[in-house]
Structures are given as C-alpha cells and as structure tokens.
Design a protein around this ligand. Structure first.
Ligand SMILES: [Zn+2]
Length: 342
C-alpha cells in the first residue's frame, strides 16, 4: 500500500515555505554560523524537526528560527522554493499552493517585492524544469498590526494572476483573534484574492465563525475545533468552506492528543469538504504519503477515501475553473494508467 501512496498523483494546499526547507540546504547555508558549524548534520537535523514529545504550538514554532535565518536573501529564497518543488515533484505532487509571510523575510533589508518575486522565480523555474504547477499564498501575521496586513494585500495585488492567488492569516490564534485584521481581509476580498485563514487549530471554535463571517474565508486552515459545535460544522458545510487539515502537525502541536480523536471521519460523514496537507514538511518530518499512510493505518481509511480526499483538494484549489478541470483530468488519467481507477 505504501508504494501506491507514493505513486498516486497528489495535491497540496497547506504548505509553509519556511517550514519545508531542506535540512541539507539549511545546514549548508548555516555552515559559517558558529553554533551550527561544529554540529554534525544528524545533530542539526534533530534541531530543525520537532520531537514526538513536543509539548505545544509554541514549542513547535521555535523550529522556524533556523529557516528564517537563511531566508533573508533573494538567491536563497528562490533556491529554497525551487528545491521544495523538486522534492514535491518526486513525490508526484501535481499542484501545490505555497504560503509564506513576506514580512518575515524583510528583517535584513529585502523589500516586499524582492521577497515575492524570489518565490515566484523559484516557482517558474520549477514549472519549466519539470512541469509542477504551483501558486503562492501571502500570509498576514496575526501579531502584526492591521496596517501591516493591509500593506501585504495592497502590495501583493500586482502579483494576482501572476503566481499569487490568495491571502492567509497565521500565527498566535489565542491572543490575536480574526476581527483585528478585518479591514485587510475586506480589502483582499474586494481586490479579488482568494482567502484562507488559520482558525480553530488550538481549540478556539469562535475563530472559525469569525473567519467565515468577518474575513470572507473560503478555506480554513486546520479547523479542528469545529468538532466542538455542530452549528459550526453546519455553517462550514452550508458555506462550502474547505478544511485544510494537517494530521501529523496537529498531533505534534497537541491540537489533538491521539490520532483516534482526530475528527476527520466525523467531518467527512457530515459532508464537510476535508483536504489533507503537510503544513511543514521539514519541521514535522512529513509528506503527503506519510499523512495518507497514517489515516489508512490508524483510522482505517480505504483507498477510495484517500482518492476522495485528493479530489476534495482539487475542488478546494484556488484555481480558475478551466485549470481545475485540467488538473482533475491529469490526475484521473494517471490514476487510470496506473490501474488504481477503472
Ligand atoms: Zn499552517
């Protein structure tokens, strides 16, 4: 079964660029850093991945210090984007939406445009090199002011249709509720961005309602807390909101303690559109193959259910209708060719 999961064509919608940097690349780029230089690669790898006994989201987020350190220059950002797509291509991912917060890469002088264009260049180069399709999602950070978020929306506007498709809100959900950034997301909605919002990752179910009602969210990152309230699940369903679930990350951050408690089956039974994603391939030491494998091993998912999840991802993708149809056809044709679909 593992082989089939490796082979099947896949779609990834919730993938943080800074959480998915090759450890080898970080190690190479940090070689001159006195703290890293003396460590073996194996030791370093342990430093950039969470351990199974990770206590919380806060501890999880500490792992982002190293990638952000090496992502303050144009060539590095382009290279890291390209390499991520190269890795996803070998895992037979056909389409990916890569997200990043431009402001986190502007600490050493890069401008907003330089950050975004470096990512887009990496994407373009990967598309030319091996045909993988990708789009970018610009992240507004919750702890920053609404004015910073407005700037992201305003400055990102010229890249709409040129590789950027959406905005997202991410970061500390407990202390910075969605409504703080309402003005920025109203503007994003007006300008024609697609909208996804991290909400209900760490137990605050109201954030899911607010993200849909106040921030125009079409997709919700994680959304686990919807399980607490059937009215919210109903609302997610009625508004055709897709959930970007990331099981391994959610287990590590203790969003859920045991995989047996993961609410995915309930969501699917209630008719919610669930998608499966990696969140952070490096930090979480995962891949779509591992995520699907976990669902099959621990929650008894069938191959048909996995294919349904992949189809949900196609449906939820921030792609124009025509491109979505052609992605669906590519994937279906390949599944037939591999004898997985009749
Ligand atoms: Zn995320």
């Amino acid at each position: 079964m593992e082989n089939i999961l490796k082979e099947i064509p896949k779609v990834e919608l919730h993938c943080h660029l800074d959480g998915s940097v090759r450890a080898e690349t970080m190690y190479e780029l940090l070689a001159k850093d006195e703290k890293i230089g003396t460590k073996s690669f194996k030791e370093f790898q342990e430093m950039v991945r969470v351990k199974d006994d990770c206590k919380s989201l806060v501890e999880y987020l500490e792992k982002f210090n190293y990638p952000l350190k090496v992502m303050q220059g144009k060539p590095n950002i382009e290279r890291i984007t390209y390499e991520l797509l190269e890795d996803l291509n070998t895992q037979n991912v056909k389409y990916v939406e890569i997200r990043f917060a431009p402001t986190l890469h502007m600490k050493e002088g890069l401008t907003f445009d330089e950050v975004v264009e470096s990512v887009l260049k990496g994407m373009e180069r990967a598309k030319k090199g091996f045909g993988i399709l990708s789009n970018a999602v610009l992240i507004c950070m919750r702890h920053e002011s609404v004015n910073e978020s407005i700037k992201v929306v305003e400055m990102g506007k010229k890249y709409l249709g040129k590789g950027v498709v959406a905005v997202d809100l991410a970061g500390n959900e407990g202390d910075f509720p969605p409504e703080i950034h309402k003005e920025a997301f109203d503007l994003a909605y007006e300008k024609g961005y697609h909208i996804t919002v991290h909400a209900g990752e760490t137990g605050i179910e109201e954030n899911i309602i607010k993200s849909i009602e106040l921030l125009h969210a079409q997709r919700i990152g994680h959304g686990i807390a919807a399980i607490k309230n059937s009215r919210i699940m109903e609302m997610v369903k009625k508004n055709h909101i897709s959930l970007e679930m990331c099981p391994i990350s959610n287990l590590q951050t203790k969003a859920v303690k045991y995989i047996e408690d993961y609410p995915i089956k309930t969501f699917m039974d209630k008719g919610l559109r669930v998608t499966i994603n990696t969140d952070n391939a490096t930090v979480s030491n995962t891949s779509l193959e591992r995520e699907y494998g976990l669902l099959m091993d621990k929650l008894g998912f069938s191959m048909d259910e996995i294919l349904k999840l992949i189809d949900n991802s196609i449906e939820a993708a921030f792609l124009p209708k025509g491109e979505k149809m052609s992605l669906r056809k590519t994937i279906k044709d390949e599944l037939i060719k591999r004898g997985i679909l009749q």
